[in-house]
Design a protein around this ligand. Structure first.
Ligand SMILES: *Cc1c(COP(=O)(O)O)cnc(C)c1O
Length: 250
């Protein structure tokens, strides 16, 4: 990318980032929340290293990625830059747990005890403690990953998993994450955000010794509703980095 093109990309990303940040602040204030309690994770999946570089120059430090190998290239490209935080937000196959436990700062999409056990093993090997969020499928779509969390039986099963995960010394439960069904109207998504908060409140009551502070919810399409419903992480790609290039490998 030419110097000129890079500079204009930096400016585009910076102004979109500031505009989203302002919308988050307004939404938080509307419901009496501290705007500082909402962190903005910029989702860079399938974007090339150059776009991430422009985002870093625009002042962005938190990046969300869905594919472990692709992310690793970016993490390594920018390892010399202080203060970057990498968030895994996609489904992780157990055999890729080592990449996540070794290189990511947050794991938003923990969705099985099997994966938790693998992450624990590699986090221990790397001498790290990994903050994790449990992904919940509050929309009940069978195509989605995450723990079912609709019926009392679902919550019973989820609670048993929490008991097991809480025993793993190198994983630190910090809250919940969800990716609700996609609608054109964010008001249709709002009940799913409220539902995630209710699941969180249920777990916080049942497991008061654990930390349930974080709610990772809301994307470009619906982050305002998510913030109003209590999001502490929003995950925004398109509205800041523009349309995603197609995924180039699996
Ligand atoms: C891609 C993705 C996002 C970002 O979506 P945008 O619509 O580009 O903002 C957020 N969360 C998850 C889990 C994703 O996979």
């Amino acid at each position: 990318m030419s110097k000129h093109n890079l500079n204009s990309l930096v400016e585009t990303i910076r102004s979109r980032y500031l505009s989203i940040r302002a919308q988050i602040e307004a939404a938080a204030q509307r419901v009496g929340r501290d705007p500082q309690a909402v962190r903005l994770v910029v989702v860079s999946k399938t974007h090339p290293v150059e776009t991430v570089q422009a985002a870093i120059e625009a002042g962005i430090r938190d990046f969300g990625e869905n594919y472990a190998e692709e992310a690793l290239q970016k993490i390594q490209a920018f390892h010399a830059i202080e203060g970057l935080r990498w968030h895994m937000i996609g489904h992780v196959q157990s055999r890729k747990a080592d990449l996540v436990a070794g290189h990511f700062d947050w794991m938003h999409s923990l969705d099985s005890l099997k994966l938790a056990n693998r992450l624990e093993r590699f986090a221990a090997q790397n001498g790290r403690t990994l903050p994790v969020l449990l992904e919940c499928n509050v929309g009940g779509e069978t195509s989605k990953f995450g723990y079912a969390a609709s019926t009392p039986q679902d919550l019973e099963i989820l609670s048993r998993e929490v008991e097991q995960i809480a025993l793993l010394p190198h994983l630190q439960i910090r809250g919940l994450m969800t990716m609700p069904p996609l609608y054109n109207d964010p008001e249709q998504t709002r009940p799913f955000f409220a539902k995630l908060r209710q699941v969180r409140d249920f777990l916080a009551e049942k497991f008061p010794m654990l930390d349930w502070r974080e709610l990772s919810m809301g994307t470009s399409a619906d982050f305002v509703a998510a913030v109003e419903e209590g999001a502490t992480f929003v995950r925004i790609g398109t509205a800041i980095l523009g349309a995603r290039p197609p995924k180039s490998y699996s």
